[in-house]
Design a binder for this molecule. Structure first.
Ligand SMILES: Nc1nc2c(ncn2[C@@H]2O[C@H](COP(=O)(O)OP(=O)(O)OP(=O)(O)O)[C@@H](O)[C@H]2O)c(=O)[nH]1
Ligand SMILES: [Mg+2]
Length: 277
């Protein structure tokens, strides 16, 4: 039985004797950030599942003026639940920009830890406790600074994803891992937990990727900063409603940037080696 009672702990790397009350107290500052663009059909279900699974959690919906009325729906959810907040942005500016604004918002208000979760049902709120379990208390041996909900570690899986999306994702993760020396199997996963201190240690002003490569950009910054990164297996479910925002431009942005960072990294290593020699 886990401290949350509902799911088995997956890959816990720390040894904690915290009581359920201590865990609840620690989670009182938990914020789940949900970026939205045209997610009217999915948002209410996602928010209510988050609140039901982890009642201590606050939620921040970050909406980029969705034409389908997701913003006003988020306002309605916030009006009926004081733990739900909304950040309205004036135009669609990409997932990365939405998350960076949300991190500023969260850090200013002292939230800790901070979770990234898609609105479209792909990330199961019911699996959030296993990510939080793996994060562990800040001061415990073996606890993590960042936890990734991973599709590509043993026990992780995908449901109803088209084969070409699976191949693209697997290939993208392998490419990023090789080019950047990343420690994780799933480099593009969007289901993550960050400790607030970990976010503070990152140079967020140096994260410029706006699209889906943002996830790789953050991971690379986290690895570079020497943060402890852990992966736990999750089930990723293809969205049942609404439309994907994935475009060729977003994939290209990620590929070009990862290639550029990889070259920079190799050049830096080579000049470092030359200096040592
Ligand atoms: N605020 C904001 N949210 C966005 C933007 N683009 C995507 N999102 C949200 O980010 C989450 C992930 O986007 P998706 O379209 O599901 O992208 P994906 O998960 O990579 O692609 P699919 O697997 O095809 O769904 C969803 O909750 C989107 O609504 C954006 O420009 N601004
Ligand atoms: Mg999605």
């Amino acid at each position: 039985m886990t401290r949350w009672g509902s799911v088995e702990p997956m890959g816990s790397g720390y040894d904690s004797a915290d009581t359920p009350a201590e865990v609840r107290e620690r989670m009182a500052g938990l914020l789940v950030v949900i970026p939205t663009y045209n997610e009217r059909e999915s948002l209410a279900d996602t928010v209510s599942r988050v609140r039901a699974t982890v009642p201590e959690a606050s939620v921040l919906v970050v909406d980029d003026a969705s034409p389908d009325g997701t913003g006003p729906l988020a306002d309605e959810l916030a009006a009926s639940d004081a733990a739900v907040h909304v950040l309205h942005r004036s135009s669609k500016n990409g997932l990365g920009a939405a998350y960076l604004a949300a991190f500023d918002w969260a850090l200013d208000r002292g939230f800790d830890p901070i979770v990234q979760l898609d609105a479209d049902g792909s990330h199961l709120p019911e699996q959030l406790p296993r990510l939080l379990d793996r994060l562990g208390p800040a001061d415990a041996a073996g606890s993590a600074d960042v936890v990734i909900g991973s599709r590509w570690v043993p026990g992780g899986s995908i449901q109803n994803w088209p084969r070409r999306r699976e191949l693209l994702s697997r290939w993208g993760s392998a490419y990023a891992r090789t080019m950047l020396g990343l420690p994780t199997r799933d480099a593009t996963a969007g289901y993550r937990v960050f400790r607030a201190d970990a976010l503070r240690r990152l140079d967020l002003a140096g994260v410029h990727t706006r699209g889906y490569g943002f996830q790789v950009d953050m991971l690379w910054h986290a690895h570079d900063a020497g943060l402890q990164i852990a992966e736990v297996p999750v089930t990723f479910v293809e969205r049942a409603r609404g439309r994907s925002k994935m475009t060729t431009a977003i994939v290209l942005e990620a590929m070009v940037r990862v290639t550029g960072w990889g070259i920079q990294r190799r050049l830096a290593r080579r000049s470092g080696a030359a200096r040592v020699a």
